[in-house]
Design a protein around this ligand. Sequence first.
Ligand code: NAP
Length: 250
Amino acid sequence: MKDIIIVTGASRGIGAATARKLGSKGASVVINYQDSEKEAQAVLKDVVDAGGQGLCVQGDVGNENDVLRLFELTQNHFGSPTGLVNNAGIIGTSKRRIEELKVDTMTEVMRINVIGTLLCSREAVLRMSERHGGKGGCIVNVSSLGALTGSPFAFVDYGASKGAVDTLTVGMAAELAKYGVRVNGVRPGMIDTDIHASAGMADRVEKHGPQMPMGRAGLAEEVADVIVFLLSKESSYVTGAMVDVAGGAR
Ligand code: NAP
């Protein structure tokens, strides 16, 4: 069966690295993005150059109509998806304590990180689950070490959103185990991507990377390798698992 994998938030960072690795394995990759069209097109070129097939689809994962369109375009272009990587996510605005949280930021973090993951998963399951006539598949959710630590003194709303991602991973895995769909997650630690600058902390990796147990932050490719493993038949008896990709950080 040809792999047809939707990667949300694949224009940059961990999602882009995952799309590229899937392309190099000959998969058909749907590269979803929110704003970065040029970057998404560059990822598409890399996927095709590496021997895969690709399609860029703009859409906000927290918007139901956009998600329906993402799955409809995937279906029309490649057929039913065999895999979904719920990677799109945001930290929100800059470092803050609970007393300083703004309702707009909290709402946006939950909408994209939690509702986005649920919406995309629902649409994937409707197409992949044997309960609905599908042929099975895999979902990989990108959580965060913040789900375990709670991200204190930084962004507890983000930590809580990733706690929800862990919980829905376990719940969906149990619902879907009998119907050919595996659901797993990764919990990255500090990874060197744009997400820190987007949250107003451009120097975060430079400043805190050396304090990590391995003396450095991780690379997007190191997370992508684990995601690709969880999508592959090499992990056929793994479901409901969360894999920390955090270089020993807890
Ligand atoms: P990134 O470099 O900031 O990239 C984020 C990606 O998500 C971009 O492709 C962006 O698209 C997309 N995106 C953002 N909001 C979206 C939306 N509403 N709908 C669709 N796409 C959207 O982030 P990253 O570091 O690779 O993070 C990827 C995932 O890993 C996130 O879930 C994050 O929480 C998690 N994570 C990251 C770290 C880390 O240290 N980097 C640690 C733990 C967990 P556009 O560019 O088009 O806007």
